[in-house]
Design a protein around this ligand. Sequence first.
Ligand SMILES: Nc1ncnc2c1ncn2[C@@H]1O[C@H](COP(=O)(O)OP(=O)(O)OP(=O)(O)O)[C@@H](O)[C@H]1O
Ligand SMILES: [Mg+2]
Length: 608
Amino acid sequence: MSGSSRKGKVDGFGVDVADGWLQVKLAAMSTVLAFDDAARLVPQLHEIYGNANDRRVVENPTRSSRMAQSAPASSNAGNNAFRDKEKPQAVRTANIVAARAVADAIRTSLGPRGMDKMIQTGKGETIITNDGNTMLPAMSVLHPAAKMLVDLANAQDIEAGDGTTSVVVIAGSLLGAAERLLAKGIHPTVISESFSRAAAQAVKTLHEISTPISITDRQTLLKAASTSLSSKIVAQEPKLAPMAVDSVLKIIDAKTADNVDLRNIRVLKKAGGVIDDSDMVDGLVLSQQVVKSGGGPTRIEKARIGLIQFQLSPPKPDMENQIVVNDYRQMDKILKEERAYLLNMVKKIKKAKCNVLLIQKSILRDAVNDLSLHFLAKLGILCIKDIERDEVEFICKSTGCKPVADVDSFTEDKLASADLIEEVSSMGARIVRVTGIKQQNVAKTVSIVVRGANPLILDEAARSLHDAHCVIRCLVKKKALIPGGGAPEMAVTHALSRLALSSPYPDNICFKAFAEALEVIPVTLAENAGLNSIRVVTELRSRHANGEHNVGVSIKRGGVGIMGSAESGGSDGGEGVMQPLLVTTSAIEQATETVKMILRIDDIALSR
Ligand SMILES: Nc1ncnc2c1ncn2[C@@H]1O[C@H](COP(=O)(O)OP(=O)(O)OP(=O)(O)O)[C@@H](O)[C@H]1O
Ligand SMILES: [Mg+2]
């Protein structure tokens, strides 16, 4: 390879590293994070590539002496193997720097005193959020290694639903630990293997400190839901945590359940009022309004509900066609036909004893016209149009009705029964409530109407509620709680540091580094709360060494405190800050997996 082509490649790589990949562009926030490390790396790359042409490698003295010891052949200047060791290292460092930048960007959002981020999307929408898995995908992260952390938050969201900020912060800290171990000359594969053993030990320790719970114990579930909500903007709302717990308890059989299908809980957002006006309805709530222009009923007792996917309006001709009628008799005939066509349909609907008609939205035809509305009103049928396609499944599941695609197959057995359907209005919004659903064999479903002053708060409230639902789901899946507030991470740190003392190389060094990396959670919680993090962590270390694994960062006391027991009432004087075991175990396991993956990359290649 000629000198100039090598140089070109260097420049190309250098430009990529400096301007593109190492700058995690948070374009959505109009922020570009630039890293000094990028500047530090580029001359290094130039040294490796540029000087290779004259077969002379510029190397720092400590490294060359180490290399000389470990691989005598490589001391030969210009040796390919020698150069090959530099590039993987540069790539690894670049990956670590980029990924850590992402973790640092969201670190300030962790915990009850964490801040929110305002994100402006490409479409001009604004999102205000504290949720890790909402922030990260919204930031247009460019570097492939940084993207792995975005995927990590998503993986945690799927597995546990909460802890999406923690998982990224932990991964960032573990990468920092790995970087220090690499600098000591430990091989990346050795580090990654040791880290997975450390993660397994961590999970074991977490199991040891966990308290088994019963799903029927509502008080305990409430604590977990409140802990999850405490870091959100809705933290002060007393209604949300009970609503989250009760809605999950309604859709499962608490004695036998081992999972929760959150699709059975429908969250409806309606602007107006405050979050405290949010309400849970045991039944179905529709955001569409009753069509009133025909003069039909708006409230029906003993409802027989039918859901149709055809329209009660005359068929339209093709877009391109036009029919010109210039004969009055012909016109009369068309009108009569239309009347007969619509009347026939409405009569068939009435014959099936239906008195509430839900019509699926269609882009091709109007759902109803004046004439059909008139007929529906005459026969006392309540009509709701514009049911979205993706709502159909939930409506069918919760009421037991079956969607009908053709009027000829509209029969009584496809209808659902309910005690009452009525349109209610509160705080400037109208909704339709269906209560007292009678059908047998229908899935238990719940609807929650979230109210809020503006769409930004509404969206964040709905996201927070989802986190709380996920926390309860975690507890149903794995019925155990651990204290929160950084206590589990400190307990793991203590256990792993002790284990490191009696472990052989490389576990002794790697376990210690892993343990210290986990301290990032209590440190960040304390920093975000404006506490002296060094003092807090030092006290936590000493109390955990005395066997108090229940002690964490207390926001209330402004220092260190007992986080609380799983028993209702917190008989140990704790604050009742409890979180599901699954959230923390999954965070540690998934963060370790991602760190291992990043460590094992030794080259980046572009594909067309
Ligand atoms: N009242 C509290 N006192 C101390 N620590 C708390 C309290 N409530 C929650 N925490 C801690 O805050 C951390 C969770 O913070 P946060 O909810 O902001 O992030 P996350 O759960 O990791 O991510 P996300 O909720 O965005 O998915 C946990 O470590 C939890 O133990
Ligand atoms: Mg949370």
